[in-house]
Write a protein that binds this ligand. Structure first.
Ligand SMILES: [Zn+2]
Length: 208
C-alpha cells in the first residue's frame, strides 16, 4: 500500500506567522515521530492506522519541544544572516513557510491541470526547499517541487511541472522526452533559459 500524506491541525496555536497545521505521513512504521524541516514545515511520520486524535495528543505532548526548536531555527538563521552582514533579499524562515504553503496549492493545481494533457497520472506531491533542484519525479510517480518556484513566473512553474510529469513517460532527457515536453509546453526552451539566467539568484536568497 502506498504511503500517503494528510494535513492535521495543531492542537495549540503557535501564533505569529507559524503554521497551524502539520503534514502527517502514514506508512508501515510502528512508531510516531515529529520533525521540523529546514523549510519550516512540521512533519509527522505515523503508523498507518494511528488515528488523528492520537497524533494530536502526541503533538500536544511536544508543544514545548516544537517551540524551542522553532526558536533555535530562527536564531540560527539570524546568526547566519548577521555573519554575512544580513544580505539583502535573504528569505526568513517565516517567509519560506509561506512560500511552501503557497507552492503546495499552486503546483498541485498545475499538476492536476497538466497531467491529462501529458497523459499520465501522479502520486504524492511533496514541497521542499532545495539547493540543487527545482523538481523531481520518482519511479513511483511521486512529484517533488522546490518551494522557491513560487518566486519564478507562472509560465516557468508550468514548465517545471510539465517537465516532471513527462518523466512519467520517459525517465531520461532523451529527444523523445523533450518532444513530449514541447508538445504540452511549446515555449519550454525560453523557460529553460529563464532558469539558467535567474535560477541562481533565487536559490541565493536561501543558500547563498
Ligand atoms: Zn528532468
Amino acid at each position: 500500500m502506498p504511503r500517503y500524506s494528510t494535513k492535521l491541525k495543531l492542537p495549540f496555536r503557535l501564533g505569529g506567522e507559524y503554521p497551524d497545521s502539520v503534514e502527517v505521513r502514514r506508512s508501515d512504521r510502528k512508531t510516531v515521530s515529529l520533525e521540523l524541516r529546514r523549510d519550516g514545515v512540521f512533519f509527522v511520520r505515523a503508523p498507518r492506522k494511528m488515528e488523528d486524535a492520537r497524533i494530536s495528543a502526541f503533538l500536544k505532548d511536544r508543544e514545548a519541544w516544537l517551540r524551542s526548536h522553532l526558536k533555535k531555527q530562527e536564531e540560527q538563521r539570524q546568526n547566519a544572516a548577521d555573519e554575512n552582514g544580513t544580505p539583502p533579499g535573504k528569505l526568513t524562515g517565516a517567509e519560506l513557510r509561506v512560500l511552501a504553503e503557497q507552492a503546495r496549492d499552486d503546483l498541485m493545481t498545475r499538476a492536476v491541470r497538466f497531467a491529462p494533457m501529458v497523459g499520465v497520472s501522479f502520486g504524492r506531491v511533496t514541497i521542499r526547499c532545495q539547493k540543487t533542484r527545482w523538481g523531481s519525479c520518482s519511479s513511483e510517480g511521486n512529484l517533488n517541487f522546490n518551494c522557491l518556484l513560487m518566486l519564478a513566473p507562472p509560465e516557468a512553474r508550468d514548465y517545471v511541472v510539465i517537465h516532471e510529469l513527462c518523466h512519467r513517460l520517459e525517465m531520461n532527457h532523451s529527444p523523445r522526452f523533450w518532444a513530449e515536453v514541447g508538445r504540452v509546453c511549446p515555449d519550454y526552451r525560453a523557460q529553460k533559459r529563464w532558469f539558467k539566467e535567474n535560477g541562481g539568484a533565487i536559490l541565493n536568497r536561501v543558500f547563498g
